[in-house]
Design a protein around this ligand. Sequence first.
Ligand SMILES: *[C@@H]1O[C@H](CO)[C@@H](O)[C@H](O)[C@H]1NC(C)=O
Ligand SMILES: *[C@@H]1O[C@H](CO)[C@@H](O)[C@H](O)[C@H]1NC(C)=O
Ligand SMILES: *[C@@H]1O[C@H](CO)[C@@H](O)[C@H](O)[C@H]1NC(C)=O
Ligand SMILES: *[C@@H]1O[C@H](CO)[C@@H](O)[C@H](O)[C@H]1NC(C)=O
Ligand SMILES: *[C@@H]1O[C@H](CO)[C@@H](O)[C@H](O)[C@H]1NC(C)=O
Length: 457
Amino acid sequence: MLRILSPLLATFGLFASTAFGALEVNLDDPASIKAAAALVAKDLLTFYHGDEPGWVPGILPGPPPDGDYYWWQGGAMWGALLDYRHASGDTQFDDLITTALLFQVGPDKDFMPPNWTASMGNDDQSFWAFSAMLATEIGYTDPPPDQAQWLALAQAVFNEQTHDDRRAPSGNCEWGLRWQVYPSNNGYNYINTVANSCYFNVGARLARYTGNSTYGDLATKTFDLIKRLGYISTEWDVYDGAHLPDCTDINKAQFSYNAGMLLQGAAFMYNHTEGGAEWKEALDGLSTRILEVFFPNGTAFEPSCESTKCNTDMESYKGYLHRWMGNSIQLASYLHDKLYPVLKTSAQSAVNQCTGGDNGRMCGFHWTSGVYDGATGAGQQMDVLGALTALLIPGVAAPLTNSTGGTSQGNVNAGSNAPVMPQLAAITVGDKAGAGILTAIVITGALSAFAWMSMDG
Ligand SMILES: *[C@@H]1O[C@H](CO)[C@@H](O)[C@H](O)[C@H]1NC(C)=O
Ligand SMILES: *[C@@H]1O[C@H](CO)[C@@H](O)[C@H](O)[C@H]1NC(C)=O
Ligand SMILES: *[C@@H]1O[C@H](CO)[C@@H](O)[C@H](O)[C@H]1NC(C)=O
Ligand SMILES: *[C@@H]1O[C@H](CO)[C@@H](O)[C@H](O)[C@H]1NC(C)=O
Ligand SMILES: *[C@@H]1O[C@H](CO)[C@@H](O)[C@H](O)[C@H]1NC(C)=O
């Protein structure tokens, strides 16, 4: 149970009526974890206004400079809340989640809504696909039949990213997925780990869910490419990526979400192949190195930025890592004793520093320090929600497949076949819509340049 800690209020015996107090939890008691997670989820949603008049459903305030958050982080947040829902049984956010996900699907039902396409990265699109795939796997309520369906949405994103026009044409990194979808964006020539790991992850999950071997083949091909390029080192370090033409200028920055999504994808492939040796080797290597690199002293730490300054994107990575490790335990139960104790010590550190904000229980980002760092944010709340949720995940139903109760309707041909950025051809002088798109490209090009420099620096 959650206890109220404020000594002042305790002195006056005001326990029952107040909502003020540091976050507290007993990690040995699932009911206590759920109660704490419910508060963190509620506090997370204080950063969301998409259900209020004048705001756009689905997204967190942004993108900069209009607010702190890029489009993708909205998609990521719904995934965090879906995992929380599945792990806790708390369905109070269902309407919010469904409305949000469906609002951002776009006219081609592929998470490419026109407002955001000009700045679209393959990883951005994939984070929405992750949430649709998770909805599929947890048997989340299907949308009305006339709306996009969860499984088909994930297939749409995967199919579009399979297209050659999103990939390196030739040379050493041939077939590598580009970071950015459009040539106008900085990062188009960056063949990075996150874009390819996202594609691998969705492919592995589609393989297990549908049993269609095409997905497994493409996922395996991607994992092998990432390894061959040296983005996964022989020591199972996971680097950030490299540029065309030959992908040899490897940026060795390590970010926890890259390693986490590779681990989770490998766990899906391991489970799907009934313990395949290649995937066991990957799980063993990645999990050992993840503990060393991202959990110094048993608490999650983002080594490439945390001792200086992580940006708003990076501030949300720890939560994904925790959740995806919890999910990996479900799919490869032999990992339980290796990973679960660390997930627990890390979650305890996470909760310990949630003493901030007006309610006295908002979370910061620097878990290893033991004290609240003075800054709140959606990423900070998502991370702690993920850490708590991950402890419950191994105890609840494993991801469904289409033969074990999954109901979501798929479409193997989902997604658009149109070449990317067809709008450019249509732009003529005096075309207001076209002019708007061009302006958007110029602006987002600049924004992406900034993102690129910070990732690549
Ligand atoms: C696109 O932007 C317009 C104008 O801000 C907004 O009204 C609309 O809801 C947005 N749609 C999406 C899918 O973001
Ligand atoms: C699962 O999906 C695969 C590929 O889409 C299909 O061949 C198979 O019939 C489906 N199984 C069930 C039980 O629906
Ligand atoms: C795959 O996952 C299921 C569900 O958690 C589990 O029962 C099964 O043992 C897993 N398979 C392997 C090879 O670990
Ligand atoms: C881990 O603990 C060691 C020894 O106490 C300390 O020097 C180091 O700074 C800690 N690492 C982090 C990331 O807190
Ligand atoms: C398997 O997936 C591929 C790729 O999307 C698709 O072309 C093929 O039709 C699917 N096969 C079945 C049996 O669903």
